[in-house]
Each structure stands twice: as C-alpha cells, then as structure tokens.
Design a protein around this ligand. Sequence first.
Ligand code: B12
Ligand code: SF4
Length: 501
Amino acid sequence: MKKGVLLFNPRATNSNARIPNSILQVAASIDDQYSWAIVDGNLEKDPWKKIEAYLSSGNYNYFGCTVMPGPQLKEAIPFSKKIRELFPNTTIIWGGYFASNQYKTCLHSGFVDFIINGPGDHSFPALLNAIENKSTFKDIKNLIYIDDESNIVKTAKAELLDLDKLPALPYDKLNEFYPLSKYLCKTYLGKKTIAYHSSFGCPFTCSFCAVVPIYNARWKGKSAKGIYDDILHIKQKYGGDSLEFHDNNFFVSEKRTVEFAKLIAPEKITWWGEARIDTLNKYTDESLKILRDAGCKMIFFGAETGNDEVLKQMDKGGTQTGAQIIEFAERLKKFDIIPEYSFVLGMPGDNEQKVNKQIDEDIEFIKKIKKVNPDTEIIIYIYSPVPTEGSELYETVISSGFKFPEKLEDWISPQWEKFDLRKNPLTPWLKPYMIDKIRNFETVLNGKYPSCSDIRLTPLKRKIIKTISSWRYESGIYAFPKEVRFFHRIWKYRQPETEGF
Ligand code: B12
Ligand code: SF4
C-alpha cells in the first residue's frame, strides 16, 4: 500500500508567517495520488515533536523538506539527520533553492536521499511512483541523486510547466492543518496580506543570482485571469485584502501585468512585486498609471550599483545603467509608486583599493537617488557568492580563495549563517573595515529614512530617529552610529533585507 508524505516548511521567520507556497505547490502535485500532511515550522513552537508524532504513526514514509539558505537550515539539517537515525526507512527528499544549488554537500551528508532540482510539480510524483514501483530514476527530470556506483546523477531539466494547467493550491486543506487566517498577516500593504507566486524562473542571467542556475534564463507565468481567480478565492473565503507577489520577476510581461491590474482594480487590493528597472522602464506611462490605480503601491528592483562596468560584470549591463536607475526613480514618483531599490555592495575587484572605492561610490550613488526621490526604499546586501558554475564571476570568486562549506552541518555554524543572510559574506577581498563602513552607512540611512514597511514605528518615533541621524547622513560621518543603533534596538526596527520583504 502507498504510504503518506510528510511535508515540512522549516522556520524562516519569527513573525508574519507567509502562506508556505513551496510545499503547498508540492502538496498539490501529489494530492490525487498520495495522502500528505504539512508541518510548518513558522507556526510551531516545537516542530520536531509534531514530525516525530507523524512518523511514529507509521503512516508516512516520505519526508519532503523545502530549503532555502539561512535560518531554514537550522531545522532542515538537524531534523533530517534525526529522521535518518530514528526512522531509517523514511526516504528524505529536499527541494528549494539551497538544495538545488548546494546539491553535492546535501547528498554527501548521508541524510538527504533525493533532490528535486527546480519545479517539483511533475518530478516529485514521478519520483514517488518510481520508488513505489521500484523502477528507474534516470528518466525523471529535475532530479539529483547518488546512483548504485556512488556517482551523483543530475537528470535533464524539464520544460517549464504551464501554470494554468497545474492543480490549484489546496488552500482549504492547508486550512485544516493551520488556519489560513494565521498566514494572512498584517503588513504595510494591508491587514491580511496574501503571499502569491505566479511564475517560474526569470528570463535574465545576473551572475550573482541563485535563480539563474535553476532556470537558465527561462520564465513562464500564469495567466492574468488565473491569478485573479485565485486571489478572488482567498479574498472571498478568507478575507485577504492585500497581496505580495513572491515571483522572482513578476513584471516580465507588460501585457499580463496590465491585464491583471485591470481585473484586480475593482477589488481594492494593495499589492507589491519584484521587477527589473530596464523592463519596467519600457512600460508606457499609461500602463504605469493603470498599475497604480489598481493598487500597485511599491515595486522591488535590483538596482545593484550605479557603476556601469560593475553592472556589466553582474550581467545586468547593456540595458540597465546608472543613469537609468536614477531617472527611473524620478519617473516612478510621478505615478506615486514607491521604488524599492536593492543594492549589492562588496563585489570582487582587481585590488583592495578598487573594492573600497566602489563601496564609496555606491554610497554616494544611493544618496543621489534619495535626492531625486526621497521615498525610494533602499535595501543593502553584501555580495554573497552563489555557485553558478561556469560563470565568469564565479571563476573570479573561486580564484580569490573563497570556498563553500564542504559539510552540510557547517552551514549552520554562526559564520555561515551570517553568510546566508548576506550579512558577512566571508569573501577574501572584503576587509572588515569595508563591512563596517557598509553596515554603518546602512544604519545611518535607515535612521534618516526609516522604511515605510515598518508599521510599528509611530510618526513620533520616525521623527526622533530621523532627527538624530540627520547630521551623520549629511556630513558623511557614519562610523560608530551607536545612538542610531540604540533606537533601532529598543524599537525593534524592521530590516526587510534580513526579515524578507
Ligand atoms: C517567500 C520567500 C521567503 C520568505 C519565507 C516564507 C516562508 N516559507 O514561510 C521569507 C520572507 C521569510 C524569506 C526570507 C529569506 N529569503 Co527567501 N524567498 C522567498 C521567495 C520570494 C518565494 C518562495 C516561494 O514561496 N516560492 C514559490 C514556490 C512555489 O516556488 P519554489 O520555492 O521554487 O518551489 C518549487 C520548487 O523549488 C520545488 N520545491 C521547493 N521546495 C521543495 C520541497 C520538496 C520536498 C520538493 C519535492 C520540491 C520542492 O517545487 C516547488 C514547486 O514547483 C523566494 C523567491 C522565489 N520566487 O521563489 C525567495 C528566496 C528563496 N529567498 C532567498 C533568500 C536568500 C532569503 C534570505 C535567506 C535572505 C534574504 N534576505 O532574502 C531570507 C532569510 C531570512 C529569514 N529570516 O529566513 C533567495 C534564495 C537564494 C539562494 N542563494 O539560494 C530567493 C530565491 C530570493 C532570491 N532571488 O534571492 N524568503
Ligand atoms: S533579474 Fe532578478 S531574478 Fe532575474 S536573474 Fe537578475 S537578479 Fe535574478
């Protein structure tokens, strides 16, 4: 008899749990063939207790875990290891960005049996069926495993699936495990924010991006009508009033975005998504106006840097330029859409002086943007390499002496945890004084311009922190901003760069 599948979403956040779309989509893929249960680490005090109870029941012999870098590893690694020890007959399958990008380390751990490399919608049921029927794995696409000769086998990538033809996400069944109301959280967008994912991949190849090795510049989106129907269902049945698109790049198709905006406009829903500056800059004024009128309040963009040479090194060049980044921030002001610009500082350079100079230039560039559009939200990341084997940037990184951990458990050591959060990248070219400079500037910037996404900061608190940070921001004296940090700490300032969104 076929046994059940236990799906686990390790804790990624301490507050505001989002709908766990990754495992929910995986659940949808097997819903008609296997029984399944979900344990969501974001909503459990002691998820291990629950996992142990499910596995002890004898009704589950597959454990599927979604894993992105960072805090999710703190549960994914020890729990999978314990399952191997206590329930050795359970097959352990990992999916998600960390598993796909760090597949060698995962498989050599001895407690990850299979990795779904990219979308699991067809591959996961195919894998379960192959195990049940004792048939071969090599023809299953998007799969990585160790074969009988101890070789790692990476099977062919599947064509991107038609999202309109995939089964609907089982929201109602999720609601039986965890009330959906717990996932509709209060954000700056609304009181019950829905997290929704409407496309696979991204058509671009930025050399620092973890999406590239998985999707190889491919993108496929669900139809505007399909998205609208899903959102309407959640709105009507569960009261969702606002929306975060979790797509890597929601705005690829102007036609689809505008069509969706026209459909959603009467619903009075405020929404947010991620885009490219060069893509959105091609949208007509009319389209941008339609988006804003339909509730699009803020859009996240990877601005990365103002230096055209570095943009080229990042493979962002050609169409995105420093001048365009500034002009576009100004253009969006006209439409009352807030640009949320993220920057990647600390890219490799020919020598120490060059790396440091680039950081100074990026800081000045960010200040220029704030001048033309002070509402622009700025997110600063420190460059953390991703293993895009074969890319020029990856070769530069490896030749500088940088090495990823060789053992899976090393990823949960404190220093690698910081790497995951893009806080301390452990890259040899970045000296401690440079990291301090970036962090100090970020603190002062967040003081002078507190994020509008921090809904806990009252107008008075905003005013106080802005006032005390102003002189540092204007004078460029960012070192030791203890007084700003003090207020951030006591008021628990929210940083979208580590907490997500
Ligand atoms: C939602 C989200 C979060 C949420 C997590 C909410 C939750 N789970 O409760 C929050 C906001 C907490 C978060 C945080 C972070 N995130 Co995040 N996050 C995402 C986001 C936007 C969506 C994930 C999602 O739901 N996708 C929708 C599902 C349907 O797609 P999917 O995950 O790819 O799943 C499919 C396949 O991968 C596969 N699959 C996935 N899991 C599994 C499991 C099994 C068993 C199987 C069989 C298959 C399978 O099948 C699925 C269906 O086809 C992604 C970007 C993206 N578009 O995916 C980034 C992303 C995963 N995050 C990323 C990162 C780096 C982080 C952070 C570590 C850093 C940061 N600053 O963003 C932080 C960590 C901080 C913290 N406190 O945890 C990166 C990972 C990059 C990398 N180097 O690998 C991504 C790719 C964003 C990016 N482009 O940089 N994140
Ligand atoms: S546009 Fe964004 S998601 Fe696409 S490859 Fe570049 S950084 Fe990654």
